[in-house]
Design a protein around this ligand. Sequence first.
Ligand code: IDP
Ligand code: MG
Length: 150
Amino acid sequence: MDRTLILLKPDCIHRRLVGEILTKFERKGLRLVALKLIQADKALAEKHYEVHKERPFYGSLVSFLTSSPTVALVLEGREAVVVARNLIGATDGTKAAPGTIRGDFAISIQNNLVHGSDSNENAAKEIALWFTPGELTSFTPIDTPWVAGS
Ligand code: IDP
Ligand code: MG
């Protein structure tokens, strides 16, 4: 089982899409390990998007992520990183395929509603950035053999 860090970014909260988007991840079969509503400070946002610090949109991106609360969650399941990225869709909402979260709900590049880790290695780093070990739960949902059978 793999884990991924998902952020429902400030635009998702403002647009009241939290429930609808969480449902998409749950329905797919990914399970919740951790979940919280948090207003990221500048240090957290800068660290989270550190890989983009030389990009022209970095300042705007950090302002966006610190502007309002974010829902941070950790999801677990088979190939969780790839499964979540496929559900989220391409970065630019205008290019994201219909049926994906961004394809259905976004038309912006920056305000694209959701973040999903792009590798297992980055997922581990991002989970440690947003959550303390004590906030991560450990349990086996009773439907696991039905959902995750390989
Ligand atoms: P991803 O979220 O699909 O992995 P990344 O390339 O990692 O996309 O970019 C991180 C975030 O930075 C995007 O989700 C989006 O919010 C923002 N972003 C990416 N490219 C641009 C751009 O060209 N202009 C403005 N914002 C951008
Ligand atoms: Mg990325």
